[in-house]
Design a protein around this ligand. Structure first.
Ligand code: AN0
Ligand code: CP
Length: 318
């Protein structure tokens, strides 16, 4: 594996899930693979889970890890070609990326959408420069449009907690005070569309996501109706995708907050969220603290999803 940005990069999903569950049984079984190999993690944005789980996965595989927070201590990077660099940016990504590549064997990149130019965001301009110019296998630690390590961990979690062969999985928009990317819901849809689940998306009108990820999945605008009989509720906020409202907040309606009354409409659904979560905006204290909340187990599986990806990349290097 040389690139990991989307579900298709994993190939057969059942094989990937099986590999993940095996690794979870013995996460140190492939220690030899990473000997004298170095992972570089490059963060343009904040992170708790990705930062820790990715380092842990790399250490499980015997790798060395280096972390660069681009906005804290590194030179400010220009990303546009042709710019006269007389401003506050000291270095261009076109030099910085191959230099970073020269010090490591695999690179993970976190670079969120900027919401200035939809074409740049959806063209994954920054992530693609790493893929093109680093000379190394590159995986997304949440790009402008996808967060595949999260969605893969979500799928592993659903596999572990499902009580029927084809569970009903509902992804629900929920309110949030700040503009958030579409990367998490895009990737969740990308994975659920390939998984053996009944997938339903519910959101207020205007929050339709990119069709390349939704791919004809069922959209139910009535949240209560969507929740009926659900086995998993996956809550997430995102900003509008469609023009002319790209990157805007169209609603902060707390009627969409996931609470015990709505969870009561489900088939004793498990509650999921990628975290970080804002309590009593996205979900009430009672729901996230209930025994049906599996957000901590979900976050723990980030170590496993990442270990599968790093293992496959290390196997390709040899
Ligand atoms: C980010 C997002 O919604 O994409 C990261 C989630 C993993 N969340 C925030 O910025 C709060
Ligand atoms: N879920 C997730 O990616 O969390 P962080 O932003 O803390 O890495």
């Amino acid at each position: 594996m040389n690139v990991f940005t989307n579900v298709k990069d994993l190939g057969n999903l059942n094989v990937a899930i099986k590999e993940a569950l095996e690794i979870k049984q013995n996460r140190f079984a492939y220690q030899h693979l990473g000997k004298n190999k170095t992972l570089l993690m490059v963060f343009f944005n904040s992170s708790l889970r990705t930062r820790l789980s990715t380092q842990k996965a790399a250490m499980n595989l015997g790798m060395n890890t280096m972390v660069l927070d681009v906005n804290q201590g590194a030179w400010r990077l220009e990303t546009e070609r042709g710019v006269i660099m007389d401003g506050d940016k000291s270095e261009h990504l076109l030099e910085a990326v191959p230099v970073m590549g020269s010090y490591c064997d695999i690179i993970g990149v976190r670079s969120f959408a900027h919401f200035e130019n939809k074409a740049d965001d959806y063209g994954e301009k920054i992530l693609n420069q790493f893929i093109q110019y680093s000379g190394r296998p590159v995986f997304s630690m949440e790009g402008a449009t996808t967060h595949p390590l999260q969605a893969f961990a979500d799928l592993i979690t659903i596999e572990e907690y499902k009580t029927k062969a084809r569970p009903k999985v509902v992804m629900s928009w929920a309110p949030h005070p700040k503009v958030l990317p579409q990367a998490v819901p895009n990737s969740f849809a990308d994975f659920m569309n390939e998984a053996d689940v009944e997938f339903v998306i519910t959101h207020p009108e205007g929050y339709e996501l990119d069709e390349q990820f939704v791919r004809g999945a069922k959209i139910e605008y009535n949240q209560a109706k969507a929740f009926e009989g659900a086995d998993f509720i996956y809550a997430k906020n995102w900003s509008a995708f469609r023009d002319p409202h790209y990157g805007q907040i169209l609603s902060k309606d707390r009627d969409w907050t996931v609470d015990t009354i709505k969870m009561g409409l489900t088939n004793h659904a498990k509650f999921m969220h990628c975290l970080p979560v804002r309590r009593n905006m996205i979900v009430t204290d009672d729901v996230i603290e209930s025994p049906d909340s599996i957000v901590i187990q979900e976050a723990a599986n980030r170590e496993i999803s990442c270990e599968v990806v790093l293992k496959r990349m290390l196997e390709t290097l040899k």
